[in-house]
Every structure is written in structure tokens, then in C-alpha cells.
Design a protein around this ligand. Structure first.
Ligand code: SF4
Length: 320
């Protein structure tokens, strides 16, 4: 099996009083064991929906409407709820946005780790669980006495590391970290990302890092997937994304990054991302695109696939 993760045609909509919002539209993504992918895009582009859909954690009024999420040859979307519960943490783990606020304030860290473990293996001996909890704490470079502490006794960075420790307790094959460094100062941000990288290497899992910070992506990821209005518009290796971006939106994102040579000058992307309730016909980026072609307003572009399942979704790259 070449790919650990194989997502095809994943489609998610939210049904609200004002209509259907297509949050993910026919998304494809493949990842090999141990690979690190950065998932970037503006707020509302579908990054978190993607993580939640992979975990089967989309709640009403959201609905997975189509597609396939295969991990290690197993179709996640076909599993029963009970089977899926077992897969969470053991096969795929999601560290949500603001994870540090998801810790239970009245329970010691040790109790929270034991509960997470016992939900999967209720019959395992406590000694065994504690041994794994100690190992997880060591992996994230927290002293063992933190297990005896309550969340309010820890700093933001320490709480985030505890969340990573819980996320890796069962050595999942895929870790999804959703903006794990938001609300942390820059020094702690770097430490948390280094921790994630080290842990990922140690247990050999694939890592999907969701975020806005292109600098963090450049430093630590193998590949980057760029999302726009519910679609992945480009996936490429990290170097190509930064030095030779293909999609006009990726190009605009990269050229909007501050650089030393154009100090004081900020180049934004004109216009706004469309509402997911009222998406434009044709290419979703066409109202903002400076390389628009006649067919862009009427026809959705197809994926143009390069080697190793990297692709761009734009008419400019379609074979004529
Ligand atoms: Fe621009 Fe057309 Fe490509 Fe869309 S398909 S990004 S509008 S050139």
C-alpha cells in the first residue's frame, strides 16, 4: 500500500436556515507514512472541516455527503460509530484548536490520560497505562510530576504539550494538529512545533498541521496543501510552494508574505473569499484572479496531477 491516507472526493455541507453551505467540495488528499503536510488557507476555507471529517466528528447541521477516507486500507466512513470510537486516538488523533482549553479543569492530568486510554482498552492494567502516560510525557518533554497537577497549574505551552501527549498516547498513525500554536507567544509556538515534530518522528506517524503561519510551514513541513473556499487548489512539496507556486491563489498568498526587501509594503489579495452559501460559477477564485481565462467564469477547473499525487486545480495547467 503506497499511501497511508487516501482521501477522495470528500464533500461536506452544512444545512442552516439560510441554505446549504458547501464547506468541502470533492477534496482529494494522499499522504504517506511519516509524511508531514501543512494545510493552509484563509479562515472558513475548510481546513478544520477537513480534519473533523477525517475524524468523523462533523456534527449536525453538518453532513459528510460523499467521498472516501481510507487509512491503512480501512474505509473510515463505513465504520460503525463504535468502531470509529476505537480508531480515534489509536489510528488517527485530532488535537483541536484551543486544545489546551479542552482539558477538564477539575481532574489531574494523570486521570485525564487514564480515562482517554481506558476508553479504548478498559481491561488493561493500570500499571501498563501509567507506563504509557509517563512515556508520552517524556516524549513531549514534560516532567513526570505534571501528571499529578491540575490544568490551572500549568502554563499555556505546558497545557498544549499535555494535549499532544494525550493525542499520541496510543501512537496513532496520523496526527492532525489544528492551529496548535494559536494563543501562544512566539517562543512557546516554536517549542510546541518542535515538540510535535520530534514526537511525530519518534512514533513514525504522518502529521497534518492546520494553520495560517506560512513561516512555520516552511520550516517544518514536507508538503503544503492550499485551500480556498472549500477546495484544495494546490498541493506541492514545501519548496515548490514557496519558490515556484503554480495556482494564482498560492502565488498571491506567497507574494503577500512580508519580506526584508519590501519593508513597509504589504501586498494583500484583492477582494474577499466568497460566502460558502453563494459560491461563484466556474472557478471559485475567478472574481479575485489576475490571470482569469474566458472559461474561468463558467467552467470549474479539473485537477492537473503532477508526480506523487501533487496537483493544481486551475485551467492554466489543463492539457489542451
Ligand atoms: Fe484563475 Fe482561472 Fe486558474 Fe481560477 S481557473 S485560478 S480563475 S486562471
Amino acid at each position: 500500500m503506497k499511501y497511508l491516507l487516501d482521501i477522495t472526493g470528500l464533500t461536506v455541507s452544512y444545512y442552516t436556515d439560510i441554505g446549504r453551505a458547501i464547506a468541502l467540495n470533492q477534496v482529494d488528499l494522499k499522504l504517506k507514512q511519516g509524511e508531514k503536510l501543512g494545510l493552509v488557507g484563509e479562515s472558513g476555507s475548510g481546513k478544520s472541516t477537513m480534519g473533523l471529517a477525517m475524524m468523523r466528528m462533523i456534527k449536525p447541521p453538518g453532513k459528510v455527503e460523499g467521498g472516501s477516507v481510507v487509512i491503512g486500507g480501512v474505509e473510515m466512513l463505513q465504520l460503525s460509530d463504535k468502531e470509529m470510537l476505537k480508531k480515534r486516538l489509536s489510528t488517527i488523533s485530532y488535537i483541536p484548536q484551543g486544545a489546551m482549553n479542552s482539558l477538564n479543569p477539575v481532574l489531574k492530568i494523570k486521570r485525564q490520560m487514564i480515562d482517554a486510554y481506558k476508553a479504548h482498552y478498559p481491561n488493561h492494567k493500570l500499571d501498563q497505562v501509567l507506563q504509557l502516560a509517563h512515556e508520552a510525557m517524556t516524549s513531549v518533554e514534560l516532567p513526570e510530576h505534571v501528571l499529578e497537577m491540575h490544568p490551572h497549574e500549568l502554563s499555556g505551552g505546558m497545557k498544549q504539550r499535555v494535549c499532544i501527549a494525550i493525542g499520541i498516547l496510543l501512537r496513532p498513525q496520523i496526527i492532525i494538529a489544528d492551529e496548535p500554536t494559536s494563543a501562544l507567544d512566539v517562543v512557546t509556538q516554536r517549542q510546541v512545533i518542535e515538540t510535535l515534530n520530534r514526537v511525530q518522528q519518534k512514533i513514525g506517524s504522518a502529521l497534518i498541521l492546520i494553520g495560517h503561519d506560512m513561516g512555520l510551514m516552511a520550516q517544518s513541513m514536507d508538503k503544503v496543501a492550499v485551500m480556498y473556499a472549500g477546495e484544495i487548489v494546490e498541493i506541492n512539496d514545501v519548496q515548490t510552494i514557496f519558490t515556484n507556486p503554480k495556482h494564482p491563489y498560492t502565488q498571491a498568498l506567497i507574494s503577500s508574505l512580508p519580506r526584508l526587501q519590501n519593508r513597509g509594503e504589504f501586498r494583500g489579495i484583492p477582494g474577499m473569499a466568497p460566502s460558502l452559501y453563494r459560491l461563484p460559477n466556474g472557478c471559485r477564485f475567478h472574481p479575485r484572479c489576475n490571470q482569469q481565462q474566458p472559461q474561468c467564469q463558467t467552467t470549474s477547473p479539473h485537477k492537473s496531477v503532477f508526480e506523487d499525487e501533487k496537483y493544481v486545480t486551475c485551467h492554466l495547467y489543463e492539457a489542451s
